[in-house]
Ligand binder design. Structure first.
Ligand SMILES: [Zn+2]
Length: 622
């Protein structure tokens, strides 16, 4: 006899109306299969990749629940505010839910709960617009989702499309995990560019911008991304996605950040990210970082970050692997792909050393604590950053993994490198998204297989204990020394131009915002010694009203013995601060130490031969 096949559990249907996205409102309706009796629906709280309880619950509005056309009362759990309790009436098999997500206007910080819409584009993070039954497994709970686009808009996403009927797009059924991992970028001005070479899963760059010209992908940039795809293949040896889509938003009115997903990334920069050549290395660095996460963070994930559902708290103690190693390989792959120009690799490392030197909080807080406390530090104020420390597991993590890479290269006399670890740990077999969790012991064992060492002791010293100085051993053994230059490098200049900030951490010991607010003061620096406090406004320098040029002149003049005197307004009190500083302009840089082989050069060298350059045109006659 035949057993009846088990029927697949019914799917949740979700329709999101994006037609009011230009006004920063998403309208959603859900149809959720249920059984009669008490039930609890939950709103996603812990958002993967954000490493914190960042689901924008406060912006959930217009919540109405019904069954068979009759309203069903809901009550919020008084302890777990993300949970809504209902009693499903007898005979009902589905709950109909309607809700709105209020999306913030420009100027909001945060990740996907930050500013994500303008009148011309929108980034839909599905976790903003859904509830799901408490206790359900996001890996198996199926959603049939669709969107209605504003008139004349197009879209990009990693979600496979089932059908499109004008403005209505229906996606293929996907698990809740995949849905939340697959945002939709929509907009009026949108381009889609195929990347990479034929063979293997497809790679696509989707750009939505506030103007049509800003969404155009320059051919050189596309060629560099083609190389990024090739270099990632050479590094990891396998891909864990059906296809990969970079969703790049270019707008001055969305929050700038990157958020990794398994088959896509949500990458956001200012409108002129591709239009202005100096900005392209910044965009390239962001895309490379988020792409590496498809392997490190999505496919391989620390057990503490691979939670059962979106309600279970995450543990960030291994973020120095998840983010720190991604930071390192994002920089390495950007260098190998040509995305950051010739000096980009050493410039970024110099910036990281400079920042980690300025973070005097390292004298009380071990690196590992910045990872455990990530959910606090991501949202911390900017004043006090140097003494509090910040999400230092990114920049210091990169320096730490550089040290590991250099150590392996030296111990194996150049036969092996961290690339061998990356291939063994993150590679494997090509296929659709899969998650393999790990513990610290797994990382140590995989490193030991590449180069035997007391890795446990190595990381305990650098991660768990307080260290007065950032890890420089990788740089130094790699043939470079930390130094200062009178001018910032091109990447630092482009960042400063984009943010309007002035970073004088390595000279006077302060950082100024675009509005001349003192964002932070480095403990032990000349500004600190003169009593300057973060949060005050800088109004004047050396007896005259502040201008960028006068401040630069004053810093330069310090080297000739002219003291630097700052006029500061703190609350409603004017203060004059005389700084004990004679060092002139100083910006983090690396200097080549020719007594040692250039291992940084070897690390940054392409593994895939770049395409032969086109022959230069013959010189013209006129
Ligand atoms: Zn990251």
């Amino acid at each position: 006899m035949l057993l009846a096949a088990t029927a697949a559990p019914p799917s949740i249907e979700l329709q999101v109306d994006l037609r009011e996205a230009p006004r920063r409102r998403f309208h959603a309706t859900l149809s959720i299969p249920v059984s009669p009796g008490p039930a609890t629906l939950v709103y996603p709280k812990w958002i993967p990749g954000e490493h914190g309880p960042t689901g924008p619950l406060v912006d959930l509005a217009g919540l109405r629940i019904s069954a068979g056309g009759a309203p069903v009362a809901w009550v919020r759990d008084a302890e777990d505010l993300f949970a809504f309790r209902v009693v499903v009436p007898p005979g009902a098999t589905r709950l109909e839910v309607s809700l709105d997500a209020l999306e913030p206007a420009a100027g909001t910080s945060g990740f996907s709960s930050g500013s994500s819409e303008t009148p011309r584009l929108a980034l839909l993070s599905w976790n903003h617009v859904l509830l799901y039954p408490k206790g359900a497994d996001p890996r198996t709970l199926q959603f049939k989702a669709g969107v209605t686009l504003p008139e004349g808009w197009s879209f990009g996403t990693a979600l496979p499309v089932a059908r499109r009927d004008g403005a209505r797009v229906q996606f293929e059924a996907a698990s809740l995990e995949t849905l939340v991992d697959s945002p939709v970028l929509a907009g009026r001005h949108i381009t889609s560019t195929a990347l990479g070479t034929p063979g293997g899963p497809p790679h696509t760059l989707v750009v939505a911008a506030d103007s049509p010209e800003a969404a155009v992908v320059p051919p050189e940039f596309k060629a560099q991304l083609d190389r990024l795809v090739a270099e990632s293949g050479a590094l990891f040896g396998a891909r864990h996605y059906r296809g990969y889509t970079f969703l790049l938003t270019l707008s001055d009115f969305v929050t700038s950040f990157g958020l990794e997903h398994h088959e896509s990334s949500d990458d956001r920069m200012g409108e002129r990210g591709l239009l202005d050549p100096p900005n392209r290395p910044l965009v390239g660095g962001l895309l490379a970082h988020e792409f590496v996460h498809s392997w490190n963070g999505k496919h391989r994930r620390p057990a503490g970050l691979a939670t059962r559902d979106f309600q279970e708290p995450m543990r960030g103690d291994l973020l120095w692997v998840y983010e720190g190693l991604t930071q390192y390989y994002g920089q390495v792959l950007a260098a190998r792909s040509g995305l950051q120009g010739g000096g980009g690799f050493t410039e970024v490392l110099a910036q990281e050393v400079g920042e980690m030197t300025a973070h005097a909080g390292r004298t009380w807080r071990p690196l590992g604590d910045t990872a455990v406390a990530a959910q606090l530090l991501y949202g911390a104020r900017t004043d006090g950053t140097a003494w509090r420390r910040s999400i230092d597991f990114y920049p210091e993590g990169a320096l730490l993994w550089l040290e590991v890479d250099v150590l392996i290269r030296q111990r194996s006399k150049g036969a092996r490198s961290l690339d061998d670890f990356a291939r063994a740990f993150f590679g494997g077999v090509n296929g659709p998204p899969s998650v393999r969790v790990y513990l610290l012991d797994d990382v140590l064992a995989a490193l030991d297989a590449v180069a035997p060492n007391d890795w446990r002791g190595f990381f305990a010293e650098r991660v768990d204990r307080v260290r007065a100085a950032p890890p420089l051993a990788g740089l130094e053994a790699g043939g470079w020394a930390y130094d200062f230059a009178p001018e910032p490098g091109p990447l630092a200049k482009a960042s400063a131009a984009a943010s309007g900030a002035t970073n004088l951490s390595a000279s006077l010991g302060l950082v100024l915002s675009k509005e001349s607010t003192i964002v932070d003061v480095v403990p032990g620096s000349p500004a600190d010694g003169a009593g300057v406090a973060a949060g005050a406004r800088l109004l004047g320098v050396n007896g005259r009203a502040l201008s960028k040029e006068r401040l630069e002149d004053a810093v330069a003049g310090s080297a000739t013995g002219v003291p630097v005197e700052l006029l500061v307004l703190d609350a409603d009190i004017f203060l004059t601060a005389k700084l004990d500083y004679q060092g002139g302009p100083r910006h983090p840089a690396l200097k080549r130490d020719t007594a040692r082989p250039d291992l940084l050069g070897a690390i940054a060298a392409p593994r895939v031969p770049p395409p032969a350059a086109a022959p230069a045109p013959a010189p013209g006659r006129n």
